[in-house]
Design a protein around this ligand. Structure first.
Ligand SMILES: Cc1cc2nc3c(=O)[nH]c(=O)nc-3n(C[C@H](O)[C@H](O)[C@H](O)COP(=O)(O)OP(=O)(O)OC[C@H]3O[C@@H](n4cnc5c(N)ncnc54)[C@H](O)[C@@H]3O)c2cc1C
Length: 262
């Protein structure tokens, strides 16, 4: 039996797309919005606030990225002897289909192919994208929403706040390095500054959950999410009404599968 509050997974066709940097805009000292464009964006669509694509980066000095090898089940290892693609997950921040433009907000954290590519990106540079593979469609009819993000998940938090209807009961937390990383978002957000010793972990593990049927979405650094996951479970919140998703892991290169285990 379906209920009005059932979370649904919607699958999309997987098409690799080669795109070009159109514009680069700094949103703060550690975040850059890169607008990608090109005719290969035709037919691209997405649905949920946290929908994301895999971005394929060129090797340093190369003009073009190695694009993905696709099989029946999606992304596959390339044939033996072929160059390996370099890719990372990034959230779709804005799509303007009529202008054939897609915005992605990159954290400039100073290492890795993704962070380094974004720091040096110029109009005309090329990247590939693949996805989104699927959209987790969370009904906007829950009694309340608890949302949380670090910088890597700010694009998705911003989209949550834009998409939830007026009147939705929302508690939103965003952890950033400092005050100059704050962004103007569509709803009220409690900003947590690591420079003041604040964190998502401390804020959320101190919370009680409101009464009623709520949904929790929190994403950020994987290690700090574990105590949050334990806290939410200890409070008896149903597992199928929470997505607490590791977007990256300190000291680990390319957390390719989202870390959402125990
Ligand atoms: C579903 C999903 C959506 C995401 N959306 C976004 C997005 O919109 N914008 C975005 O910037 N990121 C996003 N991320 C996170 C991004 O994929 C990771 O941060 C990724 O590791 C970046 O790749 P890299 O090549 O820069 O670094 P990697 O090569 O993966 O890692 C190199 C080193 O950098 C460290 N590192 C990685 N990310 C960070 C960071 N943010 N801060 C400090 N150190 C870091 C690693 O621990 C490692 O030590 C998303 C992740 C997922 C799973």
């Amino acid at each position: 039996m379906t209920t009005a509050r059932e979370v649904e997974l919607v699958w999309h066709d997987l098409t690799p797309r080669l795109l070009e940097v159109v514009r680069v805009n700094h949103l703060g000292p550690r975040m850059v919005r890169i607008t990608l464009g090109g005719e290969q964006l035709d037919g691209f669509s997405y649905a949920a606030p946290d929908d994301h694509v895999k971005v394929f980066f060129p090797e340093p000095g190369a003009g073009l990225p190695v694009m993905p090898t696709l099989g029946e089940e999606g992304l596959e290892p390339p044939p033996p002897g072929s160059p390996l693609p370099t890719f990372r997950d990034y959230t779709i921040r804005f799509l303007r289909p009529e202008a054939r433009e897609l915005d992605i907000d990159f954290v400039l954290h100073g290492h890795g192919p993704g962070g380094s590519w974004a720091a040096a990106a110029r109009p005309g540079d090329k990247v590939g994208i693949l996805g989104p593979r699927g959209s987790t469609m969370v009904p906007f009819t829950f009694d309340w929403y608890l949302l949380g993000a670090d910088e890597t998940a700010l694009p998705a938090l911003a989209a949550w706040l834009e998409q939830l209807p007026a009147g939705a009961r929302i508690q939103a937390y965003a952890e950033v390095a400092d005050a100059d990383d704050e962004q103007k978002l569509a709803g009220e957000v409690r900003w947590l500054h690591r420079s003041r010793g604040e964190s998502l972990e401390k804020a959320v593990t101190a919370l009680e959950l409101p009464p009623g049927d709520g949904y929790i979405w929190i994403a950020g650094e994987a290690t700090g999410l574990k105590p949050i996951r334990r806290h939410v479970r200890a409070l008896g919140h149903p597992r199928d009404r929470a997505e607490i998703d590791g977007y990256w892991k300190r000291g680990t290169v390319n957390l390719d599968h989202h870390d959402d285990d125990e």
